[in-house]
Structures are given as C-alpha cells and as structure tokens.
Write a protein that binds this ligand. Structure first.
Ligand code: 5GP
Ligand code: MN
Ligand code: MN
Ligand code: MN
Length: 299
C-alpha cells in the first residue's frame, strides 16, 4: 500500500474479520460439534459461576454493575441491590407501547444508580423503525394495540427514556469502561430487531469495536445460558459467540432473551451473564445479578 493511512485501514479490516460459521443456521448442531471436537463449552474451557450475594462488600478500586434484562413491564416489587451502574439488556416492555416506556422511565428515575444503561429487545417493537413500517403495511391484526398508535406516538420513543443512556449499535464510556449495546436477535416469530442467522447478524456484530470492555446484547451467544428446555434447543447466535471470543473479547457480556437461561458462566476471560428477571412464564422471579469489575487502569 502506498500511503500509511491505507495500510492502517487494511490492518483494521483484517483484524475485524469473522466468517459466517459453517453451522450458523443450526445452533444446536453447532454446540454439539464444537463441544465434541473442541470441548468449547465444558470444563476446563468453561465454568458455571455462582452469583455473589447482594451484601458482598465491594473491593476497593472496583465498580459494581447491577445486571437485569427481560423485566417486561413487571418491575413492581423487584428487589434492587446496591451498585454503581445499572445495565438492562432489553425486553423492558411487552410491546414498546409509550405507556409502558413512561412507566419504565419513571421506575428508572427512582433508582439510586449513578448510571443506567439500557438497550432494546425484540419486545420493544416501537424502537424498530423497519418493523413498524412493515407492520403498518401488512399485518394489521397481529399487534392491534401497536398498530393503533399514531405515528407521533412512536416517532421518537427513545426521547421518553430520559432517565437512562440508551444504546443501539452505539457505545458509551462510563468510569473508564467502554460499554457497547445492540438489540438484534435471531429471527423467531418475527418481532422487533429480528434478523436471519448468518451474514445479517454478523453484519451487526461487525459494528462492535475492538476494545469494548462490556458488551450488552439482547440475546445470548451460542452455548452460554442459551438452552431452551421446552424444545431441547440451543438458541444462541454462533456469529455472536465467534465475535465475542475471537475478536472483541469483552470482560463482561450481559444479555437476556432466553429467560430459561438465567445465570452466569465464564470462559476464563469473559464473564457471561444471562440476567433475565422474568421466567419463561413471564413471572419476575429472578434476582438482579451483581458483578464487581476492576476499574480500568487508565483512569
Ligand atoms: P421473548 O418473547 O421474551 O423474547 O422470549 C421468551 C421466550 O421465548 C424465551 O425464554 C424462549 O423460551 C423463547 N424464545 C425466544 N427466542 C427464541 C429462539 O430463538 N429459539 C427458541 N427455541 N426459543 C426462543
Ligand atoms: Mn423476554
Ligand atoms: Mn479494554
Ligand atoms: Mn426477547
């Protein structure tokens, strides 16, 4: 390459390259294959982690993150622990109705955390502009209460969330931590932010910069708290797993979506937290999960 600028661009492109996985369209098969051939999802490569109790003292020089997801407008009576930063990994509503968003925003406003970071999930229909325009064109009876909304009610839904930092394929730096959030999940009954497995999802994951410390996605990566017992299937995204493990390598990956997968795992570098508050029958019975991370040394 003639100019040094060109060379830098090329180097970045090469680094960011993750190919579509050969088992992309069948995550259950991908899990079995990589487990048998690479022990990719079992000890010593992967371990379960117990959540720490809410009254655990925070070590000096750490920031405490309070992780939740899938509250689905059921925050009344939810016990919220002490912490510095709240992370909500999507599905805070049932349909993304403005009334739900106002209630959620009021709830956020009453929480004591210094920062609150929120992403959307597939239930936040009104946040997905493409979904809304398709719905109005085609499917009047599928979500009648959403279809009935006037354009001015959902044109700027993000503006309702005044009490948090909303991320959508964007990042924010908080206390020296680079936090990135994205709402996309593999197509499942055609809700908001649904994309086909393979290249369409990989295109979104390729937007995640290297050097991110905390990744928030609505759905799990393959193999980490993504098991759906009722259909004996893995629902995680293979491309997201490859992006997390082979390219981005965040210290923490927070998600929800597969309510049955509530809990924590680690691959010894990244901690994976499925923070679904609601169970598969939409009862808000799971507790928030707290995690202390050492403050980045550049502070
Ligand atoms: P939600 O509708 O809140 O996004 O997801 C609720 C439940 O639907 C999950 O706990 C899971 O049981 C099921 N589900 C969501 N997405 C998928 C998927 O991609 N595959 C499978 N098998 N189940 C899913
Ligand atoms: Mn959910
Ligand atoms: Mn870093
Ligand atoms: Mn979901």
């Amino acid at each position: 390459m003639a100019s040094s600028r060109g060379a830098v661009c090329m180097a970045q492109n090469t680094e960011s390259e993750i190919d579509v996985d050969e088992f992309s369209s069948n995550p259950t098969q991908a899990f079995t294959y990589y487990n048998i051939n690479q022990s990719r999802f079992q000890p010593p490569n992967v371990h379960m982690v117990d959540p720490i109790p809410f009254d655990t003292p925070k070590p000096p020089g750490h920031t405490r993150f309070v992780c939740i997801a899938d509250t689905h407008s059921r925050t009344d009576g939810l016990q919220m622990p002490y912490g510095d930063v709240l992370l909500h990994a999507g599905d805070f509503s049932e349909l993304g109705l403005p009334s739900e968003l106002r209630k959620f925003n009021d709830w956020l406003g009453n929480l004591p955390y210094e920062y609150k970071v929120v992403i959307a999930g597939n239930h936040e229909l009104t946040f997905d502009k493409n979904f809304m325009s398709d719905l109005l064109k085609q499917d009047y009876y599928r979500f009648p209460s959403v279809t009935k909304l006037k354009a001015e009610d959902y044109d700027d839904v993000q503006a309702i969330l005044t009490n948090c930092i909303y991320l959508q394929d964007t990042e924010v730096s908080i206390k020296g931590f680079r936090i990135y959030g994205a709402p996309w999940t593999p197509l499942h009954f055609g809700w908001g932010f649904n994309l086909q497995r393979g290249q369409p999802l990989l295109d979104k994951w390729n937007l995640i910069p290297k050097g991110i410390d905390i990744l928030m996605t609505h759905g799990p990566p393959l193999g980490f708290r993504d098991w759906v017992p009722k259909v004996l299937q893995r629902a995680g995204c293979v491309e997201l797993l490859n992006t997390v493990q082979k390219r981005v390598r965040p210290k923490l990956h927070v998600f929800g979506h597969i309510h049955e997968g509530y809990g924590i795992m680690t691959d010894s570098y990244t901690t994976y937290i499925n923070a679904s508050i609601c169970t598969v029958s939409y009862q808000p019975l799971n507790l928030p999960i707290i995690i202390d991370l050492p403050n980045p040394t550049s502070l």
